[in-house]
Write a protein that binds this ligand. Sequence first.
Ligand code: FAD
Ligand code: DHB
Length: 390
Amino acid sequence: LRTQVAIVGGGPAGLLLSHLLHLQGIDSVVLERRSQDYVEQRVRAGVLEQGTVDLLHECGVGERLGREGEEHEGVFVQFDEERLRIPFQELTGRSITVYGQKQVVRDLNERRLADGGRLLHEVDDVAVHDIATDHPSVTFVHEGESQALEADFIAGCDGFHGVCREAIPADVRRVYERVYPFGWLGILAEVAPSTDELIYANNARGFALHSMRSPSISRFYLQCPPDEPIENWPDQQIWDELATRLDSPGWQLRQGPIFDKSVTPMRSFVAEPLRHGRLFLAGDSAHIVPPTGAKGLNLALADVDRLAEALADHYRTGTETGLDEYSAACLQRVWRVQHFSWWMTSLTHRFEGPDQDFDRRLQRSQFDYLRTSRAAATTLAENYVGLPLR
Ligand code: FAD
Ligand code: DHB
C-alpha cells in the first residue's frame, strides 16, 4: 500500500486534512481506529469560530453548515445573578456559529467518500516507522490482516490518546501541562434552549454553561469533581443544579428529557515541537485546551489548514519552507489559545483551597472590568470569535 500522505486518525483534523490535500491533487489514506458510526456519534464541540466557518465554506463542505448552523453575535457571561452580554459583532465585526462537531465530521466523511477518498475504519495496532528518514511508513491491522502503508509524510491526527506523539523521541519532545482539579458534566436534552446566546456562569457553587445544538436541543455543562461517577447525578439533580447556578432575575430554565450524559476531565497540554522528520502532529494529538473557550476543534482545524498548505507548496515547487515553519507557526496560535482558554476557565470556575475567597474577589473584579471597559470586553470578544487563521 502506498500514498503521499498517511493520516493517522479520522476525527475532524484527519478528515479535513485529507479533503484539503485532495483539493490540491495530493493523495492520502486515513487510518481510523473506530467505526464511522462511532466517530460520527461522539458528542463534543459545538462552537465554530468565524475563521473556521469561512474555511469550511471555502473548501466546499459548508453547505449544510450554512443551512443549519446558527450564527450568534454575542455571548453572556454571568457572575452570581448578574448577566452581562459581550456583543461580538459590535466589538469585532465577527461572530461565531453553533454547529455540532458531529455534523462537521459527518459532512467531511460524506465528502471524502463521495470524492473516492481512502478511509479505513476499525484499524488496529497502528504504529509509525522511520519518521526521521524520507521513507516513513505506518503498519496496522485491518479486517484481520497486517498491512504496511508507505508514504512521503505522516500526519498524526490521532487525538490526545493516539500513538503519533509518542513516536517523537523523548529527548526532542517537551511537554507542558496543567491538570485542573475539576471536570465538566455535560448533558444533551430534548428541550428548546432557554436563551438565544450561550451563557457562561460563575456561581459560588461552581461553573455552569448553557449551550445548544438546534432550536429543539439544548446542551449544558456543570463543573464537577474530575472523577465524578455519572451515577451521582440523577436527572432531576442536574436540572436543580443548573437552575441554581444559572439563576438570574426574570429568567427561567426550561427542562426536558436528558438523552446524553458524560463527564470530561479538564487539562491544558502542549507537546513541542509539532514536527519530527516526516511526522507532523495536528489537533488534539499535540495540544489540549480546557473547553471553556470552545477552542479545541477550531485549533485542530487551524493546524491542518496550515499543514495542507505547506504540503501543497512542497509538492508544487519542492520548497521545504512551509514544512520547516509549520511547528513554530502553529505554536504561536496554540499558546494564544492556551492563554485564553486558561483565562476563561480561571474567570468562571470555583477553585477550592486556602485562597478561594481571594480568588473569588479577583474574579468579581475582572467581571466588573468586563462590564465597564470596552477594551476588556473586546479582548474577550476577539479571542472568542478567533484571531485570523494566518
Ligand atoms: P479527535 O477528535 O480526538 O480525533 C482523533 C481520532 O483519532 C479519533 O477519531 C480517534 O478514534 C482516532 N485515533 C486515536 N488513536 C488512534 C490510533 N492509535 N489509530 C488510529 N486512529 C486513532 N472544541 C471546540 O472547538 N469547541 C467546543 O465547543 C468544544 N467543546 C468540547 C466539549 C467536550 C465535552 C470535549 C470532550 C471536547 C470539546 N472540544 C471543543 C474539543 C474538540 O472536541 C477537540 O479539540 C477535537 O475533537 C479535536 O479534533 P482532532 O481531530 O484533533 O482529535
Ligand atoms: C460547547 C462546548 C464548549 O466547550 C463551549 O465553551 C461552548 C459550547 C458546546 O458543546 O456547545
